[in-house]
Design a protein around this ligand. Structure first.
Ligand SMILES: NC(=O)c1ccc[n+]([C@@H]2O[C@H](COP(=O)([O-])OP(=O)(O)OC[C@H]3O[C@@H](n4cnc5c(N)ncnc54)[C@H](OP(=O)(O)O)[C@@H]3O)[C@@H](O)[C@H]2O)c1
Length: 322
């Protein structure tokens, strides 16, 4: 397929973020190269069918990464969520170092909204700020994005949907920002499209803000039957060591990480009845809002034109734009 833009190397392209980024970049007419572990895996084949060039390699194979970065304009670096802190830091740093060595023009590192600017001493929070600090120290034009919790995570089993209810740590009137994975792709494509604007920036990105009551309305609409929302009881919060850290973390602007999320879902699931999976909400809550708003339109406007410091496309930006 003919392309009019130079290649961008995408890590994790068989996964959520990397896949969304690869798709959005292809849509924006970039050449995309993906570093994949197994070129014969169905997801790799699907990428290739979508016009993505495959480079075989893994995070452990520095020479393969070096070869894959040959001649690329940009790199999108995202690391799997199952690495130990030191592994994650080592991989994040070496990808960035190789990008410098290869003369990459625009480096985008996907961190996480739970990453603060200071180290906490808590392993699961500290890998990303350490990588961020290293990236900032390098002689390369870099953009760091910090995506909020993925909307897709809300549909995981373990939060009560199987039983026609939804439990979460938000109070009904308390708001939290989320992002659909596909919007991360659109956002990153916008970042690569404007290197001079986004180079040097660290941007938290979100697609919508939802309260506990919003969750009830959206999930009810998506399920086509009532889904009652209730905050986890204090006992549940206190009894689950991970879950109990969420409300104070949210207050401090530090969100739970994916591994925390998964472990909570697992432990809640263990104590609840099993049932059929929840149909439907695989592409973001916003698409199914019941109040007539169209958050997708908000998402399409990302990144914010009026306030680049927002670095995101949530409702606040749209209001400012009016
Ligand atoms: N979940 C959230 O709400 C959230 C929010 C913000 C940030 N994050 C962060 O997002 C990151 C995970 O991104 P994701 O959800 O897009 O990941 P994902 O869907 O789990 O995909 C992981 C990708 O990494 C690849 N991979 C795994 N091990 C590899 C290795 N050794 N060498 C090369 N490639 C390897 C996988 O390839 P294979 O197909 O070969 O397995 C896959 O493409 C984590 O750092 C997490 O902290 C998550």
């Amino acid at each position: 397929m003919p392309n009019d833009k130079p290649p961008i190397l995408v890590f994790g392209a068989t996964g959520r973020q990397g896949g969304a980024v690869a798709r959005a970049l292809r849509q924006a007419q970039w050449s995309v190269r993906a570093l994949v572990r197994d070129t014969a895996a169905p997801r790799s084949i699907a990428l290739n069918d979508a016009g993505v060039e495959l480079a075989q390699g893994s995070l452990e194979d520095i020479e393969a990464i070096r070869a894959a970065m040959k001649g690329v304009h940009g790199v999108f670096s995202v690391l799997p969520g199952n690495l130990a802190q030191e592994e994650e830091v080592r991989a994040g740093i070496s990808i960035a170092d190789i990008a410098v060595e290869r003369g990459v023009r625009h480096f985008v590192y996907s961190s996480g909204a739970s990453a603060g600017d200071r180290l906490t001493g808590v392993a699961r929070f500290d890998a990303k700020p350490r990588i961020e600090a290293h990236v900032r120290s390098l002689p390369i034009t870099a953009t760091i994005i910090r995506p909020m919790i993925f909307m897709e995570m809300l549909a995981r089993p373990g939060f009560g949907l199987e039983e026609g209810r939804y439990s979460f740590f938000l109070r009904p009137d308390q708001a939290m920002q989320l992002i659909a994975v596909s919007d991360i792709g659109k956002f990153v494509a916008a970042v690569f499209a404007d290197r001079s604007r986004f180079g040097g920036e660290t941007l938290k990105i979100a697609g919508d803000t939802v309260t506990g009551s919003d969750l009830e309305a959206v999930l009810t609409q998506a399920a086509g039957r009532p889904i009652a929302y209730a905050r986890f009881s204090e006992e549940t919060l206190m009894a689950n060591p991970d879950l109990g850290t969420w409300p104070p973390a949210l207050k401090q602007g530090r969100l739970p990480t994916m591994s925390t999320w998964m472990s909570c879902a697992r432990s809640i699931r263990k104590s609840s009845r099993s049932g059929p999976g929840f149909p439907g909400t695989d592409s973001g809550l916003s698409r199914r809002r019941s109040d007539g708003e169209r958050p997708e339109a908000v998402n399409r406007q990302a990144p914010c034109q009026r306030r680049p410091d927002h670095g995101s496309c949530h409702r606040r930006c749209r209001l400012l734009r009016r």
